[in-house]
Design a protein around this ligand. Structure first.
Ligand SMILES: [Zn+2]
Length: 196
């Protein structure tokens, strides 16, 4: 398959992993994701540690904070991992693009409905970042939008770096945008008020 690649850079304080997409093995089996053995003889989902599985495990490893700043989120598996983090007490914040927020298949509403504060830009330009910070110390960043299309179809890259200094630079930018987008709380298509 060779759809993903990971390598420690070594030689410094940065511990990095690089993921490449698309995942040619397909979407992961939920039982495999949960660390269980899949006994379904006809299960067509992937039972390998695909790039998506590796990314999901990083999100699942969050124990204190998870700051997500991604242009578009339509991949249910990733949205579920973000909601799981919130449900286990991780302080989650999400910034996304205002136009993508209401596009077909967007998972932002489900994320907001779970009680996670979500803010967007309010401009004709795009909030085009694709990064996330786990526990203030691990940066997830690359071309990869959090979409099924990016998982299964696109050539994409994600660098996951455990580097507090690097993550801190992005955290500062996240906080700056979080303040700037105050008042643009996203509450889903059905409304529901200010969750921030
Ligand atoms: Zn399976």
């Amino acid at each position: 398959m060779g759809a993903c690649f990971s390598s420690p850079t070594g030689g410094g304080s940065t511990d990095a992993e690089v993921l490449f997409f698309p995942d040619s093995a397909g979407m992961p089996c939920r039982r495999h994701l949960a660390g269980k053995e899949c006994r379904r003889a006809n299960c067509t989902y992937a039972h390998a540690d695909t790039s998506l599985v590796k990314l999901l495990r990083r999100i699942d490893a969050a124990s204190k904070t998870l700051d997500v700043c991604v242009f578009t989120i339509t991949c249910n598996e990733i949205a579920d991992a973000v909601v799981r983090a919130h449900e286990r007490g991780v302080k989650v914040r999400v910034i996304s693009d205002d136009e993508q927020a209401n596009s077909t298949g967007s998972d932002l509403r489900a994320i907001a409905d779970a009680g996670i504060p979500v803010r967007t830009d309010a401009a004709s330009t795009h909030m085009h970042h694709k990064f996330a910070i786990v526990d203030g110390a691990t940066l997830i960043n690359g071309s990869f939008n959090w979409t099924r299309q990016a998982v299964l179809g696109n050539q994409e890259n994600v660098v996951i770096a455990r580097d507090a200094k690097l993550a801190g630079v992005f955290a500062k930018e996240f906080d700056s945008m979080w303040g700037k987008f105050r008042g643009n709380e996203y509450a889903g298509r059905g409304g529901g008020g200010n969750r921030a």
